[in-house]
Write a protein that binds this ligand. Structure first.
Ligand SMILES: Cc1cc2nc3c(=O)[nH]c(=O)nc-3n(C[C@H](O)[C@H](O)[C@H](O)COP(=O)(O)O)c2cc1C
Length: 192
């Protein structure tokens, strides 16, 4: 199963670096697979640790994709680093081994500490919509615009029916990014 998480890793200057990552949970092991080049990859290789944050505040996912990476953090307990202050729960990871790959290496990690911080209040379709839109935003320029537009139109249905303030704000950040991208594309095609 793949868990959509926020990975916090420790930068060489001691500051936290946040990135959404789909973590593969396989037989108790956590597999992080960053695409090169990746600051998350560099930080985990340098420190041997990472933190997996589970949050229902999807603004963090949308924020990381739209230049808003500065979310409040709290010091971790067992490994050097930081966890998201808004995490409902988090897991502190130790790097066990790496499978090299020129495009997408696999970081095999084990959980050394887990903690709960707040209750999980249930599933929400708008949160799913924001996560999917954030993934599309991370691939803008790689996917045909028609595919992105069709998927956004579908995701908007669940968003409009079920969103709260956080989900609407996250969605608006992502739509600004898509609009800016489209603006650039249109201008490019207009240049003779
Ligand atoms: C829900 C979600 C899951 C993602 N999963 C991954 C992943 O598994 N690997 C990856 O390289 N990027 C993933 N991304 C994109 C990264 O978060 C994004 O490219 C980020 O800038 C990576 O930071 P880094 O390359 O500096 O480590 C995901 C994005 C979202 C929204």
């Amino acid at each position: 199963m793949i868990l959509e998480t926020i990975i916090t890793s420790l930068s060489p200057d001691g500051t936290p670096y946040l990135a959404p990552m789909g973590v593969h949970a396989v037989d108790g092991e956590m597999l992080i697979m960053p695409y090169r080049p990746s600051r998350t990859l560099d930080n985990i290789l340098a420190t041997g640790h990472a933190v997996m944050n589970h949050t229902d505040d999807v603004r963090v996912f949308a924020g990381c994709l739209t230049g808003r990476r500065d979310w409040p953090v709290t010091a971790t307990e067992r490994v050097p680093g930081w966890r998201l202050a808004c995490a409902l729960s988090h897991a502190e990871l130790e790097l066990v081994s790496m499978e090299e790959h020129e495009l997408r290496p696999k970081l095999h990690c084990r959980v050394v500490h887990e903690a709960n911080h707040a209750p999980f209040r249930g599933f929400n379709r708008a949160q799913f919509a924001v996560l999917e839109a954030a993934i599309l935003a991370s691939r803008v320029g790689m996917l045909p615009w028609e595919k992105i537009a069709a998927e956004l139109a579908y995701l908007r249905i669940g968003l409009e029916k079920t969103a709260g303030e956080r989900e609407n704000e996250a969605w608006s950040w992502l739509m600004e990014k898509f609009d800016a991208f489209r603006q650039g594309q249109v201008q490019e095609t207009e240049i003779p």
